[in-house]
Design a protein around this ligand. Structure first.
Ligand code: ZN
Length: 138
């Protein structure tokens, strides 16, 4: 569980690079489950590349089967990110992209490729970016 500003977030990552996220606002703590927002992320190449907004019971199904029930309510969510940077759905995927950049830096020796770390988008919990600063944030 992490707390950022007035938001609360609970995330679970699956070894297959799938993930589940539950978010709410601090002001909603103590309210019924209906105030929580559930998102699921399919493993690469086995479903949509973006986080999907879903419901509690379908999120539970996803956690068990890495799929959503046939005809399940699911909506592609729109990002709140306005960073004008490449978005990655998880830290793991951002780090894979960062590794690519580091390998290219060695091979090409380009001064342009200076990304050194990854961080969670300050505007959207479902987005990660690369940064020229080292270390990890978020
Ligand atoms: Zn962003």
């Amino acid at each position: 569980m992490s707390v950022r500003d007035n938001r609360l977030r609970l995330e679970a990552e699956h070894p297959a690079d799938a993930a589940l996220m539950i978010t709410t606002k601090r002001s909603q703590v103590g309210h019924p489950w209906g105030k929580l927002t559930f998102y699921v992320l399919f493993p690469p190449q086995s479903g949509p590349a973006d986080w999907l907004h879903t419901r509690k019971h379908t999120a539970g199904h996803f956690a068990e089967h890495l799929s959503l029930p046939a005809g399940a309510y699911r909506v592609r969510v729109f990002s709140k990110c306005h960073c004008n940077k490449v978005p990655y759905a998880t830290r793991q995927r951002a780090q894979a992209a960062l590794l690519d950049v580091k390998i290219k830096r060695v091979v090409v020796r380009s001064a342009d490729m200076i990304e050194r770390g990854v961080y969670r988008c300050p505007q959207d919990d479902r987005v990660w970016h690369l940064t020229h600063r080292s270390g990890q944030h978020g």
